[in-house]
Write a protein that binds this ligand. Structure first.
Ligand code: CA2
Length: 146
């Protein structure tokens, strides 16, 4: 079975507890449940993780270079400043789906330009936390096409 690494970046552990107007009331545990349900329906094995630390996320991407079929990543604030995360994603040979809960283009200018977007396979933004299963379905399609 194809293994999909689902990575969540800094502060997303607090999802559902702050700024509900932007991020909604869904918690990261709810997101994990949604993702696992989608994975079961679509026949994809998921490894769901969150870290507030850039280096930890990079180590997980390195592990996936040898073991993972695809990466679904919400890099959160690292999207806009992390060259090391960008370099790690560049090394990954399989499909990468970049996911944002909010529509980053509708927000303040500092959130408009993700450094990751030019090296990922596709970007999904603005569907809310309930959009994670859509991103998993997108990953399934990319794996079939690969
Ligand atoms: O919309 C997204 O998913 C973001 O990646 C979330 C990031 C933000 O920097 C990006 O522009 C868009 C921020 C995640 C912060 O997580 C929070 C969790 C709970 C409450 C408030 C923020």
């Amino acid at each position: 079975m194809s293994k999909i690494l689902v990575l969540n970046g800094p502060n997303l552990n607090l999802l559902g507890t702050r700024e509900p107007a932007v991020y909604g009331h869904t918690t990261l545990d709810d997101v994990r449940t949604l993702c696992e349900g989608a994975g079961q329906r679509l026949g994809l094995a998921l490894d769901f993780r969150q870290s507030n630390h850039e280096g930890v996320l990079i180590d997980w991407i390195h592990e996936a270079i040898d073991e993972g079929a695809g990466i679904l990543i919400n890099p959160a604030g690292l999207s806009f400043r992390s060259i090391p995360l960008l370099d790690a994603l560049k090394m990954f040979p399989g499909p990468i789906v970049e996911f944002h809960i909010s529509n980053i283009h509708k927000r303040e200018p500092i959130y408009h330009r993700s450094l990751m977007s030019p090296v990922v396979t596709t970007v999904i933004a603005g569907l809310g936390a309930g959009g994670y299963p859509v991103a998993i379905d997108a990953m399934r399609r990319l794996l079939i096409a690969a």
